[in-house]
Design a protein around this ligand. Structure first.
Ligand code: PMT
Length: 417
């Protein structure tokens, strides 16, 4: 007897790589979206086995999932070939995670009753892997006290996790809660439950994006930050279990799921938001490119070109250095752990070392923003981690991966390493 798979927390930068996921598809219209979930899991490197209820097969054919996963699909508990080739116990035992998408009202009720009468319910009852439910159904079915009680029972008694449902326009023409969570959000939830949770319960604040300092109602002084690096850090910390607050300057990048976000525009607004967010923070990561100067006077009305002439002088005054203020306020205390960035174009490490001391940080992420594929607005970054013990180069890579390498150092510093 082989026995169940030993499940270890995985590298949070790629938790789905080589992970075995059993995707259980229920019989609802959202079953077609489960194909996208299978595709995304496969793309992230997971080995995906699919089990389908009879009703799910009325909405999408098993062939779709077989083509997407390149693996046989388990559809019939009582088929001699299915049970011999795949087997519900094998799917239950080999899984690192079981995802139920869509989890219909009917499946939820049967699971809450401990039923094991088809391919899907028997895999789920037999597994020792974490189970992630992605509910999807009509608004009234979802809000029905019996469905709510069933979900509570699955969460409280069996320890199942949930993602969604979302709120919006449903196939049944109702508008409200009951939409299957977006496939990307289901896959991120899977990544979260497979990842090491080394920041569980840690209150972590991230500042991200640029600030805009108004000249008049239509013009501003700003910079090239897109918010990508800070948003990647917020998402990475959330995946590792942190309670994340993101203070986000003007940015087109959507904030990650499960992160409390405060949108700000100017350095002054960022200062207020930070004062509130950092009160009880364990870690503060200052990725934001906060304007060092702002116009001394912002005009109430648009300044007309004709009123100015050929040259225009904008008097600038210094903004406070928010990170230095946090360092000063912390004094000799050890909390919060302070992480600054240093966007530099020359003498990168040396300048980062100076910022480590002058801003009283625990870690400075030195970012050579002159290097192609690094720094502002691109999807990749190349940084060096500078702290009191030395400087460590992080290989250039996607901001999502670089974010995890920065957080690895945060975890190490928190544990005194
Ligand atoms: O947003 P992206 O397009 O993804 O780009 C990412 C990035 C290049 C903005 C990011 O990787 C980065 O380098 N952020 C720091 C930008 C910056 O303002 O660096 P700085 O060296 O000028 O400032 C040093 C530190 O002081 C930073 O942590 C900054 O947040 C902080 N600061 C700066 C000015 C100010 N008035 N108050 C501050 O707290």
């Amino acid at each position: 007897m082989s026995g169940p798979r030993v499940r270890q927390p995985r590298d949070p930068a790629a938790p789905l790589e080589g992970a075995r996921i059993t995707l259980c598809v229920g019989g609802g219209i959202a079953a077609y979206k489960a194909a996208q979930v299978a595709r995304l899991l496969d793309k992230a490197g997971a080995i995906v086995d699919v089990a389908m209820t009879k009703r799910a097969q009325k909405f999408v054919g098993p062939m779709t999932f077989q083509a997407l996963t390149r693996r046989p699909v388990f559809t019939d508990l009582f088929s001699l070939t299915d049970e011999a080739n795949i087997g519900h116990i094998q799917l239950a035992d080999t899984a690192d995670l079981v995802i139920v998408a869509p989890a219909t009202a009917n499946i939820i009720a049967r699971l809450a009753a401990g039923a094991a009468d088809d391919a899907v319910s028997s895999v789920i009852l037999a597994t020792k892997a974490p189970v992630l439910l992605a509910p999807s159904m009509n608004v009234n079915m979802w809000s029905h006290p019996l469905t709510q009680a069933n979900v509570r029972r699955l969460v409280d008694v069996a320890g199942y996790k949930t993602v969604g449902p979302g709120t919006g326009f449903l196939a049944c023409q109702w508008n409200g809660p009951g939409r299957l969570a977006e496939p990307t959000d289901i896959v991120e939830a899977a990544a979260h439950y497979l990842s090491v949770q080394d920041l569980a319960g840690v209150k972590l604040v991230v500042s991200a994006g640029p600030t805009y300092e108004a000249i008049d109602p239509v013009r501003f002084v700003g910079n090239r930050s897109s918010g990508k690096m800070g948003v990647a850090l917020a998402a990475a910390a959330r995946r590792r279990g942190a309670d994340v607050r993101l203070i986000l300057g003007p940015s087109a990048i959507p904030p990650p799921l499960g992160v409390t976000t405060t949108s700000v525009e100017s350095a002054a607004q960022m200062q207020w938001a930070l004062a509130d967010a950092t009160k009880d923070a364990d870690v503060v990561v200052m990725t934001a490119a906060i304007a060092d100067y702002r116009p001394a006077h912002a005009a109430d009305q648009k300044i007309k070109r004709g009123e100015i002439g050929q040259t225009m002088t904008v008097e600038l005054v210094a903004n406070p250095d928010l990170l230095a203020e946090l360092g000063k306020a912390r004094g000799d205390a050890t909390r919060p752990l302070l992480v600054g960035f240093a966007a530099e174009t020359n003498d990168v490490i040396e300048n980062a070392r100076k910022k480590l001391a002058s801003k009283r940080c625990d870690l400075v992420v030195a970012n050579d923003v002159g290097e192609p594929g690094s720094g502002f607005a691109v999807d990749t970054n190349h940084v060096t981690l500078v702290d009191r013990t030395g400087a460590v180069d992080v290989p250039a890579g996607p901001k999502s991966v670089v974010a995890h390498r920065i957080l690895d150092r945060v975890v190490a510093l928190r544990s005194g390493r």
